[in-house]
Design a protein around this ligand. Sequence first.
Ligand SMILES: Nc1ncnc2c1ncn2[C@@H]1O[C@H](COP(=O)(O)OP(=O)(O)O)[C@@H](O)[C@H]1O
Ligand SMILES: [Mg+2]
Length: 291
Amino acid sequence: MVMVEKTISKKQFKKMILSKQKERKKEYKENLKEFPEEKAKLFKKYKLSIEEENESFIELRNVNKYFLVDKEYQLILKNINLKIPEHKIVVLLGPSGSGKTTIFNLVSGLIENEIGDVVINGTNLSFLNDEERTIFRKKNVSFVFQEYNLLKTLNNKDNILLGKDLLGTENKNIFSIEELIKLLGIEKEIKKNPNNISGGQQQRVSIARALIKNPKLLLADEPTGALDSENAKETLKLFKEINEKFGTTIFLITHNSAIAKMADFVLTLKNGEIFSFIENKEKLNINELDF
Ligand SMILES: Nc1ncnc2c1ncn2[C@@H]1O[C@H](COP(=O)(O)OP(=O)(O)O)[C@@H](O)[C@H]1O
Ligand SMILES: [Mg+2]
């Protein structure tokens, strides 16, 4: 067990990063030696970790994350251990500042953790550099935000198509835009600009943008935060439908604990630590949610 300091200096932080890199390099080389030829090639290309018996889609092992606050590094996420299987809906609850968005940023490879392992779909992100994590994210992860983040100067169709451009690399399973428009019921909105449709409709467009590349993982940060309860429920129904139809793993941040009742798993953070992680044995339908 590593001793983890709550606050460290810039110098200590730098030292920690260097020692992590050295350790990773060594581990990487050792793993490569023992690997059968074909896998070694893949391993080399994508720097996959050896997770032969990994049944989890998302696995965080002893993850600690520091942020620079007033000239010192402060421990923001503390010793996070988590295993989430594939094709599930996970709701992430916790007060403001508890580390929810930071978890998303780690899981999608937007930022790097200093201690521990973040393993997504068999890829250990802790082995990857910035560029490699970007490739990983383009291939596997999409986002939905509270404020939709649509480009106002493009019409809704072109906004959705942006999600395809983000993919960059090959992916044979991308969806046709016609299919998505139908699924999301936005036929009438498609030629309009985001400013000329309602919030609920904008969220549908942003979900279509997220889905078009058929991501394995959909991260939704407060997706219903700006919606009234009717539109919120419609949005949640779409997530449920997407999860069932395409097997997309959906990780959803919310302040609304009523929403947790629709999830397969509920993760609650407090002060950067896991307060609870519970499998929901009696899931409710969206219509039964009380808000
Ligand atoms: N880039 C950053 N630099 C410094 N502190 C940060 C940064 N990102 C987040 N934090 C801090 O980390 C804590 C958790 O933030 P966050 O993950 O955004 O919480 P939540 O999404 O639960 O509201 C907060 O105290 C926040 O101020
Ligand atoms: Mg947040």
